[in-house]
Design a protein around this ligand. Structure first.
Ligand SMILES: Cc1cc2nc3c(=O)[nH]c(=O)nc-3n(C[C@H](O)[C@H](O)[C@H](O)COP(=O)(O)OP(=O)(O)OC[C@H]3O[C@@H](n4cnc5c(N)ncnc54)[C@H](O)[C@@H]3O)c2cc1C
Length: 571
């Protein structure tokens, strides 16, 4: 049952307490309660997702990350030295479903090479692409697009799940003038930009049609897909507005510390809920390390400085964060067939909203993230490779993503945009406590472009992206760029990136996996916190390196496998 008020909660003792009802947490809660003999409580700090129109209408998704939003944690980063010391907004979902309820809905699984590297880094073949692949299918329900268009040649049905909780579909509203040009470019410049039928096969390189976590014109999240259909289970309780501060009631169990309870704040009061089997941390890449550190699990010296007693010296907590960097570029177009035409015109906007409300069709069935994506590699001759090792996990994984958008987010005029992401970073950042107040926002440092390699690589990537619109098919359609990047020298381009790039909001690694027995890392490959009994982390923070992809699909498979690992322990 879903509880809004702690006073109504029937118990303060459960078999499992899941901290965070986000992307991963709801998967874990839903899978564990398939066994009617175990009880699960989910503690979610944020609000409910039901009736939040911006979390339902795909086109409105970006509203949820606007500043001072109750549905976002409204974090900011530390000054980013690689980006001219800019302090950047760093949104995270503060509602049931977590980031899956407010993200851009892009569905990308990553490269087989990403997962095969996870297997290598953890010493556990269970994280390899072939062994993880069934979990992608288990998570997914392939769904026809909202406009029911012929999808032949736009994806490969053989590699998609049919019965999972999360709907995935192709774009459901056509922008033919734009879409035709993107696909035609793959024919005119096939060496640089080959067509890829389905970027979710494990072999993402090339340009293809974008897939999104959307079904029948609505966002599909862990809240709508995993939780809502199962919330009536008598063994599953979910409490909203419950912000966890730390783990408490330390005892020794088989020579390791163990926490018997979870402390949380509801309103201005503190409560403790007991977990008799396991505590599962699914508070995400910021919340999870923050709770570990508040609980005395982390670098002893840093904890001591804040006056937090150390329960276990685990220096990797909050370290090793990896994140993507994105940069946008726009061009005016000789056409009014762009999403700008809707956002700039109140009548068209209202018509589109009415259409969405009455039939779940029209332009609002898609997010503003784009209609296509491309995944590209640096050339093997890239000069920086003389100095730096290639950070990508293998030859089948990209260094860059390009998102293709039929909009310029402009208040006047018609534009298209390309967003390029550098998805194979060398830089590593961190999440650290800012004070001994467990509820104070932590210090978030994604360390964007800290490594010179990352800045050089993104500069190179932008030059490659600029080549895309030199294909003949763009002539006569494409007008002036909003900034003439093509006229810039590489040094000017790098300076422009440092002044304008932004985080991809795909951070992972702050509670990273490492092999059993390794002195570094935070969790073992079975997601148990090293040196602590009956405590696991199941969310994006366990991925040791960011995949070359948007991260929700990887998070879903971590959660699906993680739930299986917990079940194996307790049955
Ligand atoms: C704005 C944005 C856009 C994105 N776009 C995409 C995209 O288009 N495609 C994609 O694949 N990925 C995208 N991502 C990334 C992706 O959504 C995340 O990597 C992934 O969903 C993370 O899942 P998680 O379970 O680790 O964390 P979350 O989904 O963040 O879940 C953590 C949950 O824990 C709760 N919580 C945190 N601290 C506490 C506490 N102390 N007490 C109780 N509860 C707590 C949070 O409120 C949240 O509900 C985006 C992310 C953002 C922020």
């Amino acid at each position: 049952k879903l509880y809004d008020d702690v006073a109504d909660l029937p118990s303060l003792e459960y078999d499992f307490v899941v901290i965070g009802g986000g992307t991963a947490g709801n998967v874990v809660a839903s899978r564990l309660t398939e066994n009617p003999n175990v009880s699960v409580l989910v503690l979610e700090a944020g609000l409910g997702n039901e009736g939040v129109i911006d979390a339902e209408v795909p086109f409105f998704g970006s509203e949820l990350v606007s500043p001072d939003n109750p549905y976002s944690w409204n974090y900011t980063t530390t000054p980013q030295t690689g980006l001219n010391d800019r302090v950047l907004e760093y949104g995270r979902g503060h509602l049931l479903g977590g980031c899956s309820s407010h993200n851009g809905m892009v569905y990308t699984r990553g490269a087989a090479d990403d997962f095969n590297r996870y297997a290598k880094l953890t010493g556990d073949e269970g994280w390899s692409w072939n062994r993880i692949f069934p979990y992608f299918l288990k998570n997914e329900k392939w769904t026809p697009p909202a406009d029911q268009h012929d999808t032949h040649g736009q994806f490969n049905p053989a590699i998609h799940g049919k019965d999972g909780p999360i709907s995935v579909s192709l774009t459901g509203y056509p922008w033919p003038e734009f879409q035709h040009r993107v696909i035609q470019t793959t024919k005119e410049l096939p060496d640089d930009f080959p067509f890829n039928l389905d970027m979710n096969s494990g072999h993402p390189l090339g340009i293809g049609w974008l897939q999104s976590t959307i079904g029948h014109g609505e966002r599909s999240s862990s809240a709508t897909g995993y939780l809502e259909p199962r919330i009536t289970r008598p063994n599953l309780d979910v409490l909203l507005h419950a912000q966890v501060s730390k783990l408490v009631n330390v005892t020794q169990r088989g020579g390791s510390p163990s926490f018997g309870g979870v402390q949380f704040r509801y309103g201005t009061s503190l409560f403790i809920v007991k977990a008799s089997k396991e505590i599962i941390l699914s508070a995400g890449v910021i919340g999870t390390p923050q709770i570990l550190l508040n609980s005395g699990i982390g670098d002893h010296n840093a904890l001591k400085e804040l006056g937090i007693p150390t329960v276990l010296n685990l220096p990797s907590v909050g370290k090793n964060a990896s994140e993507h960097t994105y940069f946008g570029m726009s061009w005016a177009v000789n056409s009014n067939q762009t999403a700008d035409s809707i956002t700039q015109n109140v009548t068209l906007f209202n018509e589109a909203f009415t259409e969405w409300k009455t039939s779940r069709t029209g332009p609002f069935v898609d997010p503003e993230s784009g209609t296509h994506a491309g995944w590209l590699r640096l050339s093997a001759n890239f000069s920086a490779f003389n100095v730096y090792a290639d950070p990508s996990p293998g030859p089948g994984a990209p260094h860059f993503e390009i998102l293709f958008l039929p909009t310029g987010f402009a208040t006047v005029g018609h534009f298209i945009s390309l967003f390029i992401g550098f998805v194979s970073p060398v830089s590593r950042g961190s999440v650290a406590l800012s004070s001994s107040d467990p509820f104070a926002a932590p210090l978030i440092d994604p360390a964007l472009l800290n490594s010179e390699f990352d800045a050089l690589a993104l500069t190179e990537g932008i030059q490659l992206a600029l080549k895309f619109v030199t294909a003949p098919v763009w002539r006569g359609y494409l007008g002036a760029p909003t900034i003439d990047l093509a006229a810039m020298s590489p040094a000017e381009l790098t300076a422009n990136i440092r002044a304008n790039a932004a985080p991809g909001l795909h951070m992972v690694g702050t509670a990273g996996m490492s092999p059993r027995g390794a002195h570094y890392g935070v969790v073992d490959p079975d997601l148990r916190v090293k040196g602590i009994a009956r405590l696991r982390v199941i969310d994006a923070s366990v991925l040791p390196i960011v995949p070359a992809a948007h991260t929700q699909a990887a998070t879903y498979v971590v959660a699906e496998r993680g739930a299986d690992l917990v079940k194996q322990t307790w049955t």
